[in-house]
Ligand binder design. Structure first.
Ligand code: K1U
Ligand code: ZN
Length: 186
């Protein structure tokens, strides 16, 4: 197991569409282990493989609360098969956009089909945080970021801030761990 570096915007790899997994072999199992180590250490509640630079349609997630036992979930080739007309708003964050949170409106409920690590096919109906997180992570597999769902004005501000940080050589999440004014938006 190894913790990997998480890509930060404006890294263009985050805009890549990931390829479907065709065989669930040792390399996929090793990838999933690395993703969980990276996600738990961040910490985050979800992670798509492209966020560690691997363009494969693999998602890890754990929505357990702090006082609950771990509840790791793996979604291979996840795909939304149905979404509700009703929308729900949730304040989202992204490990590839450190320390930026914004309200995003998405379908309140979705049906998602996916394979598990044994290659077994599932289809689940999700709402609440699971629906939000699944949509956020499936977006990653298609090169879409949550800032694509907010106003252009806000998105431009975020991109400007992270492009400036990149110019300063701040290309890892560690660079955003402090609270200096140049890291604040608005
Ligand atoms: O995909 C990612 O970048 C991970 C992201 C998932 C997500 C969060 C909120 C709404 C939709 C999707 C995160 O995990 S951001 C960090 C976060 O939300 C969190 C971290 C620690 C404890 C609780 C939440
Ligand atoms: Zn994200």
């Amino acid at each position: 197991m190894a913790k990997r570096d998480i890509l930060i915007i404006p890294d263009t790899r985050l805009r890549q569409k990931s390829a479907a997994v065709t065989a669930i072999d040792a390399s996929v199992r090793a990838l999933v282990e690395d993703m969980f180590e990276t996600m738990y250490e961040a910490p985050g509640i979800g992670l798509a493989a492209i966020q560690i630079g691997v363009a494969a349609r693999v998602v890890t997630m754990d929505l357990a609360k702090k006082d609950e036992p771990k509840a790791p979930q793996v979604f291979i080739n996840p795909e939304v098969t149905w979404s509700s007309d009703e929308q729900a708003t949730y304040e989202e964050g992204c490990l590839s956009i450190p320390d930026y949170y914004e309200e995003v409106a998405r379908p309140k409920a979705v049906k998602v089909k996916f394979l598990d690590l044994e290659g077994k096919a599932h289809e689940i109906e999700a709402d609440g945080l699971l629906a939000t997180c699944l949509q956020h992570e499936i977006d990653h597999t298609n090169g879409v970021l949550f800032i694509d769902h907010i106003s252009k004005l806000k998105r431009d501000m975020v991109m400007k801030k992270f492009k400036k940080a990149q110019k300063r050589g701040e290309t890892t999440r560690d660079a955003y761990k402090d609270d200096t004014p140049e890291h604040q938006i608005g």
